[in-house]
Design a protein around this ligand. Sequence first.
Ligand SMILES: C[S@@+](CC[C@H](N)C(=O)[O-])C[C@H]1O[C@@H](n2cnc3c(N)ncnc32)[C@H](O)[C@@H]1O
Length: 324
Amino acid sequence: MTAFAHSSVLLAEVLEHLEPRPGAVYVDCTLGGAGHARAVLEASAPDGRLIGIDRDPSALAAAREVLAEAADRVTFVHGRFGDVADHLATLGIARVDGFVVDLGVSSPQLDRADRGFSFMKEGPLDMRMDPTTGQTALELLRDLTIDELGDVLRDYGEERYHRKIARVIKDAIRADTIATTLDLAKLVATCIPMFEQRKSRIHPATRTFQALRIAVNAELDEIEKFLAVFPDLLEPGGRCVVISFHSLEDRLVKHRFRDLAWTSSLPPRLAREAGERVEAVCTPIARKVVATDEETATNPRARSARLRACERTSAPNLPAQSRP
Ligand SMILES: C[S@@+](CC[C@H](N)C(=O)[O-])C[C@H]1O[C@@H](n2cnc3c(N)ncnc32)[C@H](O)[C@@H]1O
């Protein structure tokens, strides 16, 4: 068995809001260690199907082992969930009964030093979830100007000392004194005043690493692309369950779900004439569900998890601009 240990967060809550049933088709957009996928397959046995997407080939390899017993009900897709409409079209599937999206990185990605995600372990500055394609973190640091890097640290890391950190990193890139995760972590620590470090519970490089990871993997673009298309791919009554781990992700999900639930305040006839929605495209079924104390005690990753879910109505999709 591949060593790919990832404890799935909010597992019971995902099942509660997805309501998997036999005969239905589900998409796990972030297959990872396949904990959620296995539970969905069990709950939809004997004939529920699952499309499992992951951009990380090593996650897919591990998931194949975990799901071996139900392999005839699973289709594995190496790719990004932002392209989910294309993936489903390639499989000849127009609509599904549910999506699960469990954002962020998996524990094995963080734990393996050679992936370059961790500021605690010496490794190359890589951070690509899919190591077969795209720019590494080091290549990105070389490419960005000081201002661009500062913006990345501010926007994706909410890092207060973004300007100083960007300047110091670019100096180190020019002097060729930075190549590894620990080089970067030490450098960032020199930019954050001691009094801030003493009062903070997190490592001084946490925000910088988060920001670079988001930029390297275009994580927010991926979420936006998925959120734009998923209602068109859901059967009426189908559900979408999303778990996010920081406010940047959660905000995108919250706003999109709110937008899809919006209906015109005009009387139905006038609303139709104005091209405004009479019926919501999706209705929210769970807002900001958090892990129980029992779960956070055994899985610290669950502490920042937020689950939101919505259900597709039978309303047709209207173009986004129909909302004032
Ligand atoms: C938190 S883990 C998922 C864990 C999984 N739910 C489980 O129960 O084991 C997130 C996974 O999503 C993958 N991932 C993140 N962003 C992705 C994207 N845009 N497209 C496809 N996979 C993505 C990562 O490679 C990682 O394996």
